[in-house]
Design a protein around this ligand. Structure first.
Ligand code: CA
Length: 434
């Protein structure tokens, strides 16, 4: 388990004024990413308050030493794959040096000041070349709610409590927060018609998920044992798995989701590290009475005792009508990462259990993380009962599924008494106006 150290000291303040009490990026967070500053070549960066530090430029001027310097050198290509491959040692060293350099009263303030830029001047990019993207299905309330729409008597299939269910997603269409989403066209078969037609999706939906960034990974044929999995989780982001429900309904059997999912996936582009998340680890919630224990290759005592996360997750919507009325985004749902039936470490162990190799910069979606109640549902499919029960918005509008111009914003917040609150930054995407 990641140790708590001085970088978790809630009393520590930064000389970067906007960092102090920042909801997402106080000095105790220090997430890594890739940014293009004023249109320049992409560089490795860390977020602090409303600012970002150009790590590559700071390194060129002689800042950082030892393992921390090695970590920044691995970012020089403008992607973080090399950095993610290094594992936890260099990442922790860099975090500690940055924490010291950005703390109030440090003698190094003058040296690093020249490499700090307003986040508003930066484009934050997808932080790694994502070789492979896998999406899981670990939100048990989501699996139950959606299963109930199709199989009211028996919502969960018998494999669910044994197998962390997943499918291989599309990596090329993963975009950073802020990119517009085009409504996909596809084959849609309307109930009662004899044949499908090719037309724009009418049941466009979001899915509230976390993304897990893979660290060093494994050699083909050599599974990662559950005991070793911690080292291979390099960080976490928010992930919106945009979904075309009408395309999905027609195409998904027998091989699972395909074009209903592959048109776009939005992520929050900052990699929040396991070190930053250490205070927010919790015991894996106990399984309901009668559920089977995980098979031995998925069971580890330390994982059971601290492998889950207490991360509050919100979904907000901003429609054209709300924008015209000058209204703030409206919260559609509030959930929490504690509703994951399988831990992040179990996903790594299961994914590699057949010998499949994970590579640095691979991304794994958790699957939709819903709470148990309607106001915790992480997708409109659940909230509206398959489109039967619309959501009312403050503008007087209603939604069953997303309309053109609607914007979906996912946010996360980690709060614990005695620790600084951290967040992930936004995962935002607007359905483009046709
Ligand atoms: Ca999904």
């Amino acid at each position: 388990m990641t140790e708590l150290d001085e970088t978790h000291d809630a009393a520590r303040r930064s000389w970067v004024a906007s960092a102090n009490s920042h909801p997402d990026f106080p000095i105790q967070n220090l997430p890594f990413g890739v940014v293009s500053i004023s249109g320049c070549r992409p560089c490795g960066a860390v977020a602090i308050g409303d600012m970002v530090v150009n790590l590559n430029a700071a390194r060129e001027s002689g800042l950082f030493a030892g393992e921390a310097a090695r970590a920044v050198d691995a970012m020089a290509a403008g992607t973080l794959n090399g950095f993610l491959a290094l594992g936890s040692g260099p990442r922790r060293a860099l975090r500690k040096q940055l924490f010291a350099m950005l703390s109030e009263g440090t003698p190094e303030q003058r040296q690093i000041e020249g490499f700090i830029h307003p986040a508003a001047d930066c484009a934050v990019l997808v932080p790694a070349r994502i070789g492979n993207y896998t999406d899981f299905y670990v939100g048990i309330h989501h699996a139950t709610n959606t299963g109930r729409l199709f199989r009211p008597e028996n919502p969960l299939l018998p494999n669910y409590k044994y197998v962390p269910i997943g499918y291989h997603g599309r990596a090329s269409s993963i975009v950073p927060s802020g990119r517009e989403i085009r409504r996909p066209y596809g084959q849609i078969k309307i109930a009662g018609s004899d044949a499908p037609s090719y037309e724009p999706c009418k049941r466009l939906d979001y899915e509230l998920e976390l993304g897990l960034w893979v660290g060093p990974g494994n050699t083909l044929g050599e599974p990662i044992s559950i005991a070793e999995t911690e080292e291979h989780i390099a960080g976490v982001c928010l992930l919106n798995d945009w979904s075309a429900r009408d395309i999905q309904t027609w195409e998904y059997q027998p091989l699972g989701p395909f074009l209903a999912k592959s048109f776009a996936t939005t992520i929050s582009p900052w990699i929040v590290t396991p070190e930053a998340l250490a205070p927010f680890r919790i015991q894996q919630p106990s399984r309901p009475q009668g559920d089977p224990a995980p098979l031995p290759y998925l069971f580890d005592n330390s994982d059971q005792s601290n492998g889950a996360f207490d991360i509050r997750l919100d979904v907000l919507i901003l429609t054209p009508g709300m924008r015209a009325a000058g209204q703030e985004p409206f919260r559609l749902a509030r959930s929490n990462a504690r509703h994951m039936y399988w831990t992040a470490r179990q996903l790594i162990a299961h994914h590699t259990s057949n010998g499949c190799n994970l590579e640095p910069g691979d991304l794994m979606g958790t699957g939709t993380i819903s709470g148990s109640e309607r106001d915790g549902c992480g997708a409109l499919l659940e909230t509206t009962q398959g489109g039967r029960d619309p959501v009312s918005l403050p503008s007087g509008e209603q939604r069953t599924f997303l309309e053109d111009g609607d914007e979906i914003i996912l946010t996360a917040s980690c709060e614990r008494k005695g620790y600084a609150t951290i967040g992930f930054g936004e995962c935002r995407g607007q359905v483009s106006l046709q």
